[in-house]
Write a protein that binds this ligand. Structure first.
Ligand SMILES: NC(=O)c1ccc[n+]([C@@H]2O[C@H](COP(=O)([O-])OP(=O)(O)OC[C@H]3O[C@@H](n4cnc5c(N)ncnc54)[C@H](O)[C@@H]3O)[C@@H](O)[C@H]2O)c1
Length: 348
């Protein structure tokens, strides 16, 4: 049977592993999979765009496991009481096609996105980075803050959101984290002052310029998370021109990332090449590095593997009769339990 994991199960896994342990383990799964990049059958995600948002399918497979994620992005949803991002996904056996796991991926997307951002920053930001600006204080923001605190060593975070209530909520949520200082700011300019790393995780269905060249100091690492769709960006193109830009999967990032603003031959480096030392990461202390995050299917594949293994360890997951149970695999019609003779008699 397929195992089913609910948001409550994911919360139990995180409680058992601790938030720092969760990010550490997830980053381990992500790194292990990015290091074996050539093993994967990759494709840019399939997107259905509408006036208010996007719904995407994100498939990927290696020789033994296949996964897909369903995810949406609707920036105006919060006004209607719904999250901007909602997701679920499946992990299946390549040899038979049997779905092994059906899981919530809304919480998991936030966890894996933050773990991926922190993994990229650990590789690309200046060693010893301590201060981060966090622009956009919505649903993803605690995850980003905590992943950077625990995995990168960030101990001071300057917060800015156009919605002051969002910043206040984030401050309350993180108030008890030992060793983490939070500073609420009233502008992007204030927030980025003295920052080693700037994370942008805003939601707007537009070509926003959250960061302009004047916001950027030599040596900064930019973790640009919110620009992840055609026509939805966060960085002024002039920032990219003077930075080293790292992407997850180039064919998808050309369509969806900050680099959609750049010519097709604008040089970028896929992150797996840095991890496997086939390409340099940061070369100088004063270099500006950009992780142009859009979210790639491989990260959900890694996250689903983490969920499957963690659920097994903790005995979590409800058996789900997703596929019909058949005595004879060729007798599918029998599962309907119809008595065709009786139906024919009634008709007569
Ligand atoms: N790259 C990835 O892998 C990935 C994964 C998940 C989400 N995302 C993206 O991250 C973004 C944030 O997601 P969320 O779930 O936190 O959304 P959310 O709606 O909960 O929060 C977004 C916040 O951004 C703020 N904001 C909007 N415009 C702003 C501006 N100009 N300046 C400052 N703040 C601004 C909003 O007020 C809101 O508080 C979305 O665009 C989403 O698509 C990317």
């Amino acid at each position: 049977m397929t195992a089913f994991l609910k948001p409550r199960d994911v919360a139990r896994i995180v409680a058992a592993q601790g938030i720092a342990g969760t990010f550490e383990r997830l980053a381990g799964y992500l790194e292990a999979d990015y290091r074996r990049w050539a093993d994967f059958d990759k494709t840019p995600r399939v997107a259905a765009h509408s006036r208010d948002g996007v719904i995407e399918l994100m498939p990927i497979a290696d020789a033994t496991l296949y996964s897909f994620k369903y995810v949406n992005g609707h920036p105006a949803n919060t006004r209607a009481g719904l999250p901007t991002v909602m997701a679920f996904g499946v992990l299946a056996e390549v040899a038979t096609g049997l779905p092994l796991l059906l899981s919530e991926l809304t919480l998991t997307t936030a966890l894996r996105t933050a773990a991926m951002s922190a993994l990229a920053a650990r590789t690309l930001a200046r060693p010893g980075s301590r201060r981060m600006a966090l622009i956009g204080n919505g649903a993803q923001s605690e995850f980003q803050a905590l992943a950077f605190h625990h995995l990168v060593g960030i101990d001071e975070i300057a917060l800015f959101d156009v919605d002051r209530a969002a910043t206040a909520r984030l401050q309350r949520a993180l108030a008890g984290v030992p060793g983490l200082r939070l500073i609420a700011c009233d502008s992007v300019e204030r927030a980025v002052q003295g920052a080693d790393i700037v994370t942008t995780v805003t939601a707007d269905k537009t070509r926003a310029t959250i960061l302009r060249p004047g916001h950027i100091a030599p040596g900064m690492h930019l973790n640009a998370v919110g620009g992840d769709c055609p026509g939805k960006t966060e960085l002024d193109a002039a920032i990219l021109e003077h930075a080293s830009v790292f992407v997850e999967y180039e064919p998808q990032s050309r369509i969806e990332g900050e680099i959609q603003q750049m010519p097709a031959d604008f040089a970028v480096t896929e992150f797996w090449r840095v991890l496997t030392r086939q390409a340099p990461g940061r070369r100088r202390d004063d270099e500006v590095t950009v992780f142009d995050s859009v979210g790639f299917a491989l990260e959900d594949f890694s996250a689903l593997r983490w969920l499957r293994d963690s659920a097994r360890e903790l005995g979590l997951g409800e058996p789900l009769a997703l596929v019909p149970e058949q005595q004879d695999p060729k007798d599918l019609f029998g599962v309907l339990g119809l008595d065709l003779g009786a139906a024919a008699n009634r008709a007569a």
